[in-house]
Design a protein. Structure first.
Length: 355
């Protein structure tokens, strides 16, 4: 395989939390034309710094994925299409981008997305080395090898998995647990006939992308109704995450932790509370850590100003429970399993430390 900087080992003292200031899209207010909070990633990091969980020199600096890296999955034809501003405008759903010179689009829109994609690939290797990793960005689950859409220009989930399969001995099976409010049709199309990849996807059945063809790749499909609330949601997630990991023992779990399931999200159409999101992430991490399956979390969709605080609260909760420590292959110290009833009760009470 080609040489890549993305797989160089970071300083050993770093947390396996991957981020770069280059993640954030700021450009003459254009980013405000999309409901996405294009500075969300930096806000998550700032909250974690305020809580003294991390400092700049303790996180892994994401590097931009090169064309050569992207070609591990993408077609040359697709990457060439991104040289047309109107194509990028369609993918990112920001129409005025169509009228900008492409060099500006590359620098201000695509470079941040390529850096987040590099971050996901880096986090894949870190997860295998350390037992877990979080890319504060990424999760572009509507993009496949030859087509983008839904704000997703690069197939970072597919890339992270293919990189591991090609470069890391002993990684030959992967599970994707996609809990963004939208169906993850990009990785589904990419892994359609690949028996090495098991996909669980829970999503609002009535919203974008409604990709019937891609649904054939989902091994565990959890189709949710409008306005689904915490209790039903957490019960379904718990049942199906446990079922998925019992049915197929992966070498890596990629967890697409979209926060667009939050009550009031203009695009997600579900009604999960902030506490419910924190509990959901905890369920997934407990299930993975208990089985000693390395977990890579990406943050994906989430279209309200308050989602950055919730992502930070979730990471703080995972850390507080001891689910983010320990060397690979060791169950985390806090990994004893509380009953689902207990977790649901906690969620209903609203955790004291959550804003």
């Amino acid at each position: 395989p080609h040489r890549t900087e993305l797989y160089e080992d970071p300083p050993s003292g770093c947390w396996p939390i991957v981020y770069s200031p280059d993640y954030n899209i700021t450009f003459m207010g254009l980013e405000k034309l999309h409901p996405f909070d294009a500075g969300k990633w930096g806000k998550v990091i700032n909250f974690l710094k305020e809580e003294k969980l991390i400092a700049d020199d303790l996180i892994v600096q994401a590097r931009e994925a090169t064309d050569e890296d992207l070609l591990v999955v993408h077609t040359r034809r697709y990457l060439n299409k991104l040289k047309w501003s109107f194509v990028v405008a369609t993918i990112t759903e920001i129409p005025p981008v169509a009228f900008l010179p492409n060099f500006v689009v590359q620098r201000k829109v695509l470079k941040p997305l390529r850096t987040q994609t590099g971050g996901t690939i880096m986090a894949g290797k870190l997860a295998v080395d350390r037992g877990w990793a979080i890319n504060v960005g990424g999760g572009f689950h509507h993009c496949c090898s030859d087509k983008g859409g839904g704000f997703c220009a690069y197939a970072d989930i597919t890339l992270a998995i293919k990189f591991l399969f090609e470069r890391v001995p002993g990684v030959s099976k992967a599970t994707i647990i996609d809990l963004d409010a939208h169906q993850g049709n990009g990785h589904e199309r990419d892994f359609m006939d690949d028996p090495r990849v098991y996909i669980m996807d829970a999503y609002n059945r009535y919203i974008y992308p409604g990709d019937g063809f891609a649904k054939r790749a989902i091994k565990r499909r959890v189709e949710l109704e409008w306005g689904t609330e915490d209790t039903e949601y957490l019960q379904k997630v718990h049942t199906h995450v446990e079922g998925a990991l019992n049915e197929f023992k992966p070498d890596i779990l990629v967890y697409n932790a979209g926060t667009d399931i939050l009550d009031g999200d203009p695009l997600g159409g579900l009604a999960i509370s902030p506490q419910g999101i924190v509990k959901r992430d905890e369920l997934v991490f407990r299930a993975a850590r208990r089985r000693r399956v390395p977990v890579l979390m990406v943050t994906s969709g989430g279209y309200q100003k308050r989602t950055a605080r919730i992502i930070a609260d979730s990471i703080l909760n995972l850390h507080g429970l001891g689910l983010l420590d320990s060397s690979p292959g060791q169950p985390a110290p806090g990994a004893a399993q509380p009953s689902l009833e207990h977790m649901l009760r906690d969620s209903a009470k609203g955790l004291g430390n959550l804003s």
